[in-house]
Write a protein of this length. Structure first.
Lengths: 195, 799
């Protein structure tokens, strides 16, 4: 697709955003995997006064991210675990650049909502929660979305003929989600469960 | 709701609709014994005879009194309009849906008194006698329906007149008008005299009817052991002595005054859409404020009275319909549609505390009748819209939402004054009117898609085998889409002219034979003109023809344009062959050149899935919708009726898209023969695949300001509307659609799963109300075809 094709699609919903204050969320995959394309679209949106959100896992070159950040209305920034080994084990990459990028955005006071997917047995432990609260308090990123893991993607993996390695993992119990939400709230965070 | 209201509501819910021959017998008795008089006088005297002799019903707990029949849901017949045969009674009694119990006594009366007197003499008999063969052929083929073949013109809402004037005052206006008649120079003076005298008789008849309630309540009070109830009965007697003879003095009297007026109108004739108080919140606001100020009313007591009033509407099922009329409007609902909010005559916001009170009543009562709607202006506060959405998301189909600013624009375009436009609103399903000042008559539904079928068959109707249309050419020889569309336009004009010729006769039949002097008292300027509601008495006189299935017709035209003329991957011959065979393979199917050995079913899938469809914000399909809209508009809008008014278009289908579908063969959009057509202006069931915003964008490509109403259904699952967030989203969606000049939107909030379960176990889901078209209905009372159709309407999973 070209920038002008995407722009045409975006413009279809302008009238609704004028009313709701909504706008475009660039999501994925990973939008930062195509930084130049994203950059052009962000320019278009800025020109047309359309609100923008970029949903990212944070794995990107710092200068590319910071270059774009001037044009982005809000980042939805995934943070899975602060434990580098576990991060490497489950995502295949280390988390050092992700954390550095988050820190860079925070220092420049960019609007960021951190999103924490709660996955049983993988990143739902008390220690991870404690570390996240400590980091995000230091960075003064006070808005967090808790995203309880769900299995609605299982069927899609099947239809695509792909193996799904988390098939055995169940959704976290509601009580646990409430407990984690409470801990963030007590530490002064604005918490939303679900995205 | 309090215990009294809960009991009244339960009684109303549990009462089964039964056929009452009380009215028929009294009317027959009157006509059998009457002396000669002019037709309007006879009509008024017949009403008086009925109201003087019918049983007075005052139920336990009631505060607002008066029934059309002898008891709640005892539904009268109108043999002077439609004389049911014994077979009709059997159908009414035994049909699976929308039945009316007919007992032995009723059958006997019908057989021995009603049929011998009225058979061959009813308006229905006269209409069918006067219609031409080509009219009858097209009618029977399912090209259009005829609203007035067993029900009288009505389709109107009351303005504010009765809240400042009693019937006695209206009667003195009648006297003034009589005194001004000029028998020397005005050739119509005698006709006017008879009409005006009839109005006077009708006013007295309804005043007397109210007095009979006063007498009955007083008498009941003397035997009433419970002192509280005794006091209530005495109060009821006081109220009924005062209204509607005099203007109401308080909130209670205002409601009771309207109710007697309502009963007068629906007893006089079986007017379509019964009758409607229109801007109820605005009419009641002064009485509410006064009552609160002088301490005679509290919010709670006002709510109780309103709820007692609500039950009254629910006690009056629609008069029994048979034949095509039953198919086009298969419901107990009689379409009284309460307007809330909107604008005042001076253009300011009409939302008041009474509006919120009424919304609470709607929320608590959850009754099929009356219908209710929000008239949402850009001036209306969000609180009003959001309170409405709180009720909507509970999923029983009310209230629907109208664009009040656009309604005003529609009325202005038709030539109404700005005050009359702002005092107007919508009644019935979605019909725009100047309340209290206009006769806006729906004359019948029109099957856009059937006309395309006939065009594709060069004037022949494949179902009946009759040549109904013009010979506009063998479609195989059309070289362009424009040629096809040109042929379609010729057929459209042909059938609309047949319909209008018929209307012009039917309209005169009602004007001459079936005037409505009581209704005429209430609608400006019938008294001043000395003319009847059915004869051009109102200030404005509009006729509508209602287009059905723009979605189906657009998609069918788009399929032909796309595949036959643009992509050229389907030959016209192959398409016509497949349509004739209902997309089923049979040996005689000859594969068209280049089509290889494609089966009719794979052609159908191509048409269904690889074709631009209306409802997806797709310019290709939507441009065809616009052309279709303009073609229908050009043929209808501005034609003159016989009452000094004009024809206009609107777009709604009630349940007629199912009936019209059952008369229409397979269509080029991939629809199989006899399946329902698209409803209202909604996309074809399941054709919209780009979410609700795309549907709204497509629907708004139609120029709603040039209609007198359009109807758009959307269905959501409850999950989508959870929380404040859900309310906000729906509010934004509605406001956006109205910014695009959409006329109306309504929501079904249920899961398809729930609906399927209800289909399997109706007994468990008796209370499930769904939005059908311009109204809500009990899901279990719908035919299986309509149930399936509602299930098939796209269930939106996300915005």
């Amino acid at each position: 697709m070209t920038v002008s094709e995407v722009t045409r699609e975006i413009e279809r919903d302008l009238i609704f955003w004028d009313e709701s204050g909504g706008g475009v969320t660039f999501s994925g995959g990973e939008p930062l995997a195509q930084p130049r394309f994203l950059d052009s679209l962000l320019d278009v949106c800025r020109e047309k006064r359309i609100n923008t959100v970029v949903e990212t896992c944070g794995l990107a070159k710092e200068d590319a991210l910071l270059g774009l950040s001037e044009k982005v209305g809000l980042f939805l920034y995934d943070l899975k675990t602060l434990d580098p080994l576990r991060h490497k084990k489950y995502t295949g990459v280390a988390n050092d650049s992700i954390l550095a990028n988050l820190e860079a955005l925070a220092q420049r006071k960019k609007p960021v909502v951190v999103r924490y997917p709660i996955i049983p047995e993988i990143n739902d432990d008390a220690e991870n929660v404690r570390q996240m609260i400590a980091l995000l308090s230091r960075l003064q990123l006070w808005r967090i979305h808790l995203l309880p893991y769900h299995q609605t993607g299982t069927e899609k993996y099947k239809r695509l003929g792909l193996g799904f390695r988390l098939e055995e993992v169940k959704a976290p119990p509601a009580k646990l989600v409430t407990k984690i939400a409470g801990e963030f709230e007590r530490a002064g965070f604005k918490v939303k469960v679900g995205g | 709701m309090n215990e009294r209201v809960a009991r009244l509501r339960q009684t109303s819910l549990e009462a089964k609709p039964v056929l009452s021959l009380e009215r028929a017998a009294l009317i027959t008795e009157f006509y059998r014994d009457c002396r000669i008089a002019s037709v309007p006088r006879l009509r008024a005297l017949a009403l008086r005879h009925l109201l003087d002799n019918k049983k007075i019903y005052i139920g336990d707990d009631e505060l607002i009194v008066g029934e059309r029949g002898p008891a709640p849901k005892a539904t009268p017949t109108y043999p002077e309009l439609c004389c049911h045969s014994m077979a009709d009674l059997e159908v009414l009694n035994s049909r699976q849906k929308i039945s009316y119990h007919v007992d032995e006594e009723a059958r006997t009366i019908q057989r021995e008194q009603i049929i011998p007197f009225w058979q061959g003499r009813s308006i229905r008999d006269l209409i069918f006698q006067e219609m031409s063969q080509e009219w009858k052929d097209a009618y029977e083929a399912g090209i259009y329906t005829e609203f007035m073949e067993q029900r009288a013109p009505g389709h109107t809402a009351l303005g504010d007149v009765i809240y400042s004037k009693g019937l006695l005052e209206l009667k003195s206006e009648v006297e003034t008008s009589l005194s001004r008649l000029d028998f020397l120079n005005d050739p119509e003076a005698f006709l006017k005299q008879e009409e005006l005298r009839a109005m006077g008789v009708a006013a007295d008849a309804v005043i007397r009817f109210a007095e009979r309630h006063a007498e009955r309540a007083w008498e009941m009070a003397t035997h009433e052991p419970n002192l509280d109830r005794q006091a209530e009965l005495r109060k009821i007697a006081d109220v009924c002595r005062h209204v509607p003879a005099h203007a109401p003095r308080d909130f209670w009297e205002a409601l009771q005054a309207y109710w007697f007026i309502h009963l007068g109108v629906i007893s006089e004739l079986n007017t379509w859409d019964s009758f409607c108080p229109g801007r109820l919140d605005q009419h009641l606001a002064p009485f509410y404020e006064k009552g609160l100020a002088d301490g005679t009313l509290t919010r709670e007591s006002a709510k109780e009275l309103l709820e007692c009033f609500w039950v009254k509407f629910n006690n009056q099922p629609a008069p029994p319909k048979v034949g095509v009329t039953a198919a086009e409007s298969g419901t107990y609902t009689d379409f009284a549609n309460i307007n809330n909010g909107g604008l005042k005559a001076d253009g300011s916001d009409g939302v008041s505390e009474v509006t919120y009170l009424i919304l609470d009543v709607i929320d608590e009562m959850r009754l099929l009748q009356p219908s209710s709607n929000l008239q949402l202006s850009k001036k209306s506060p969000d609180r009003f819209l959001k309170r409405g959405i709180e009720i909507i998301r509970q999923g029983w189909g009310q209230p629907s939402i109208f664009n009040a600013d656009l309604v005003v624009e529609e009325l202005l375009r038709q030539g109404k004054s700005i005050e009359d436009a702002r005092g107007g609103g919508t009644s019935g399903c979605v019909e725009t009117g100047a309340f209290g000042k206009e006769a806006y008559i729906l004359t019948g539904y029109f099957n856009l898609t059937k006309v395309l079928e006939i065009t594709l068959n060069n004037g022949l109707d494949p179902r009946t085998g009759k040549r109904l249309g013009l010979r506009t050419g063998d479609p195989g020889n059309f070289r362009s889409f424009d040629e096809l569309f040109g042929a379609y336009r010729k057929q459209l004009r042909h059938f609309i002219e047949i319909k209008v010729r018929g209307n012009n006769i039917i309209e005169r039949i009602y004007a001459r034979q079936m005037p409505a002097p009581f209704l005429s008292l209430l609608i400006d300027d019938c008294i001043a003109k000395g003319k009847d509601y059915n004869d051009g008495g109102p200030r404005y006189n509009t006729n509508y023809i209602m287009a059905v299935g723009p979605g189906s017709c657009t998609d069918s035209l788009a399929a032909i344009r796309c595949h036959v003329f643009d992509r050229k991957d389907v030959a016209m011959a192959e398409l016509l062959d497949a349509l004739a065979a209902n997309f089923e393979s049979h040996e005689r199917t000859i594969p068209a050149a280049g089509a290889g050995s494609r089966s009719p079913e794979s052609l159908r899938l191509l048409l269904l899935n690889k074709t631009p469809k209306y409802g997806n914000d797709d310019e290709y399909a939507d441009a065809i919708l616009t052309d279709l809209f303009n073609a229908f508009y050009a043929e209808v809008n501005g034609r003159k009726n016989t009452k000094g008014g004009s024809y206009r278009v609107n777009y709604l289908s009630t349940t007629c898209h199912v009936y019209f579908g059952s008369a229409t063969g397979a269509t080029p959009d991939g629809r199989k023969a006899y399946e329902p057509l698209s409803d209202g202006i909604s996309p074809v069931q399941g054709a919209d695949r780009r979410g609700p915003t795309a549907v709204l964008k497509s629907a708004a490509r139609m120029d709603h300001a040039r209609t007198g109403g359009t109807l758009l259904n959307q269905k959501f699952t409850p999950q989508l509307l959870e929380g404040e967030d859900g309310i906000d989203k729906l509010a934004h969606l509605v406001r956006s659609y109205f910014k695009l000049d959409g006329h109306h939107i309504q929501f079904n909030v249920v899961t398809a799963e729930t609906l399927r379960a209800a289909q399997q176990n109706p007994e468990k889901y008796r209370d499930l109300i769904v939005r059908v078209a311009g109204y809500s209905d009990y899901f279990c009372d719908l035919t299986t075809a309509l149930q399936n159709e509602i299930i098939a309407r796209t269930e939106h999973q996300g915005f």
